[in-house]
Design a protein around this ligand. Structure first.
Ligand code: MN
Length: 498
C-alpha cells in the first residue's frame, strides 16, 4: 500500500551563538554525520531531513511554519546539541501542528575524560539543553514524544522508527474518508457516534450513500473484467466446493468479483479509503459483500461491518501506520464471537460473518460458498483461513457521548485447538492480557465494543501515543492491568477528558 507521497521527518538541532562560529560549525557537522549515518542504517522507515541549526526565535518560528506547510514533512525531531534558550522556541512551538519528538542524545557517547576541558563541555551540553527545552514544551502543554538513548544504538532507532509510524497515523488521519453504505445496524449502540466530532478530533469525513447507488457501480462492471478477476482468484486461492456444482460455485464467486471491482471504482472515484456495509441494506446487490470486502481490506482499505464507521476508519488508520513494513503480519477488523472457558485453554474466537482481512492468514486461503441468513441474499463467497499466531493489539474507539475513548488491549493470538470444518469463515483465537478473565472484565468495564481493529504490527505504546496527539483518552489493558487500578484510571479519565 502506498501513500501517494514520500514522507520525511525533519531533524532540527537547537543551539545558540554564545560560543562562536567554530562551535556552530562543529554543531552542524555533528548533526550532518548523525543524519547521514542514521539514514544509512536502514533502520528507519522514513528518511531524516537535516535543517539548518536553530539559533533564534525568528528562525525557529519560520522553520516550524515551513514544516506545517510542507506536505511531505510528517513530523519534527528536535535535538538540543547545546544549550538553546527556550524562550526562543515558544512562538514556533505554539504554531507547530505536526507530531513533535525530543531526542535526548549526544554526539559523543563517552565523556573524553583525559581531554575534556571547558570548551568541549560548553560545546557538547545536550544534558543541559534538554532540560531547558523540555521545560518549555512541558510548560506549553504540547504533546510530544521523548526518547532517550545513544543515537547509533539499534534499540533507540527502533523506538524512533516506531514513533515515526505513530506520526504517520497523526498526519494521515486528516485524510481519511469513510464511505457508508446505508446507515448503522438498527438498535446497536456501540457502532454509533458523533461524526462531526470525529471530523473535528480526527479529521475523518464520514459520508453515507444509498446502497442502490453503489449497486449501480457494481452492475456497470464489464463481464470481461469480472472473468479476469475470477481467474485470478482461482489461481491464488484453494477452491472448496463443499459438494456444490463447479459452474454454480464459480458464478457465486463472480458476483463477489463484480462487487470488488464495482466498490473499488466507486471508492476511487469519490476519494474514499474506507467503507462500511450493513447486511440489512443491500438494495441491488446479489450477495452480502464478503470476499470482495476481504480483498479490499488486503489492498489497504478500511472496513467496518454493520455501519461501524469508527472501526472502518481505525482499520484504515492502522493499515496506513503499518504500510511498507517488512514482515508485517496483518491488520483487520475482528469481532469477539464466542468464548472457550476450558481451564488452561481460555480464549475468544475472533471472526465475523465474512469480512476478515486475509493479511492475517497463516497458510493457504480457501474460497467457500455457504448459506448466510444475514442479508437475505444468495450464498456469498468468502475467503476462509486461520490467523497467524503471536502478540498483537485489539483497539476499539468508542464514543462516550461527549468524547471519544480509545481502548487498547494486548492479546496473544494462538492456533485454534482443533479444526472447525463446519465453520466457513476466517478466524483468529486470542487470550487477552493480563489473563483471560481479568482481560475480559477490563475490556467490558472500559466500554470496548464487540468489533475491534486489530494489528499484529503495532504496539499499545504507538496507539496510546497516537491518541495523545489526538487529545483523546487512551486506556491500555496489558500485563500490568488490575481491575482496581483500571477503575481509578477510568475515574481520573472522567475528570481529565470532558
Ligand atoms: Mn459485527
Amino acid at each position: 500500500m502506498i501513500f501517494g507521497r514520500q514522507y520525511t521527518f525533519w531533524f532540527c538541532v537547537g543551539s545558540q551563538d554564545l560560543y562562536g562560529a567554530e562551535c556552530l560549525e562543529h554543531v552542524a557537522e555533528h548533526a550532518r554525520i548523525m543524519v547521514e549515518r542514521i539514514n544509512a542504517s536502514g533502520l528507519l522507515p522514513f528518511p531524516l531531513t537535516l535543517k539548518p541549526t536553530l539559533l533564534t526565535s525568528s528562525m525557529i518560528r519560520a522553520t516550524f511554519n515551513e514544516a506545517n506547510a510542507d506536505d511531505s514533512c510528517a513530523g519534527v525531531i528536535t535535538w538540543m546539541h547545546t544549550f538553546s534558550p527556550a524562550k526562543s522556541w515558544i512562538a514556533g512551538l505554539q504554531e507547530f501542528r505536526k507530531p513533535l519528538m525530543h531526542l535526548l542524545t549526544q554526539f559523543n557517547r563517552e565523556i573524553p575524560y583525559d581531554s575534556i576541558d571547558m570548551d568541549f563541555m560548553n560545546e557538547n551540553q545536550s544534558a543541559h539543553g534538554d532540560r531547558e527545552y523540555g521545560h518549555a514544551v512541558t510548560r506549553l502543554g504540547i504533546e510530544r514524544k521523548v526518547i532517550a538513548g545513544y543515537w547509533e544504538d539499534e534499540k533507540v532507532l527502533a523506538r524512533v522508527a516506531s514513533w515515526m509510524r505513530t506520526a504517520i497515523g497523526v498526519v494521515e488521519s486528516r485524510r481519511i474518508r469513510v464511505l457508508r453504505m446505508a446507515d448503522n445496524m438498527r438498535n446497536v449502540a456501540v457502532t454509533e457516534g458523533d461524526k462531526v466530532e470525529a471530523l473535528q478530533v480526527f479529521g475523518w469525513e464520514v459520508d453515507a450513500y444509498p446502497s442502490s447507488e453503489i449497486a449501480h457501480a457494481v452492475r456497470d462492471v464489464a463481464q470481461g473484467d469480472v472473468n479476469a478477476l475470477v481467474d485470478e482468484y482461482y489461481e491464488r486461492y484453494t477452491i472448496l466446493l463443499d459438494g456444490r456444482d463447479p459452474a454454480e460455485f464459480r458464478r457465486h464467486v463472480a458476483v463477489q468479483a463484480q462487487i470488488e471491482i464495482g466498490i473499488e471504482r466507486f471508492l476511487k472515484e469519490k476519494n474514499y479509503q474506507a467503507v462500511v456495509t450493513h447486511f440489512d441494506d443491500l438494495e441491488g446487490l446479489q450477495q452480502l459483500p464478503g470476499l470482495a470486502i476481504q480483498r479490499l481490506e488486503e489492498k489497504g482499505y478500511g472496513f467496518g461491518a454493520e455501519g461501524d464507521w469508527k472501526t472502518a476508519a481505525m482499520v484504515r488508520l492502522m493499515k496506513l501506520m503499518t504500510a511498507g513494513m517488512k514482515d508485517a503480519k496483518g491488520t483487520s477488523m475482528l469481532e469477539d464471537y464466542t468464548y472457550n472457558m476450558v481451564p488452561g485453554k481460555e480464549g475468544i474466537l475472533q471472526a465475523h460473518m465474512l469480512e476478515i482481512c486475509p493479511t492475517l492468514a497463516d497458510g493457504p486461503i480457501s474460497i467457500r460458498c455457504q448459506p448466510l441468513s444475514m442479508g437475505r441474499r444468495e450464498d456469498p463467497a468468502r475467503l476462509v483461513f486461520t490467523s497467524k499466531t503471536g502478540s498483537g493489539i485489539a483497539t476499539s474507539l468508542i464514543d462516550l457521548g461527549t468524547r471519544f475513548r480509545l481502548v487498547i488491549q494486548e492479546v496473544d493470538c494462538k492456533k485454534n485447538e482443533k479444526p472447525m470444518p463446519k465453520l466457513p469463515v476466517a478466524t483468529a483465537f486470542w487470550t487477552p492480557k493480563p489473563d483471560f478473565y481479568t482481560g475480559l472484565e477490563a475490556w467490558v468495564l472500559t466500554g470496548g465494543a464487540h468489533h475491534s481493529s486489530f494489528s499484529f504490527d503495532l504496539s499499545a505504546e504507538q496507539m496510546a501515543d497516537w491518541a495523545a496527539y489526538m487529545g483523546v483518552e487512551a486506556v491500555v489493558l496489558d500485563s500490568s492491568t488490575t481491575i482496581r487500578d483500571l477503575k481509578r484510571d477510568l475515574a481520573l479519565g472522567r475528570l481529565i477528558y470532558r
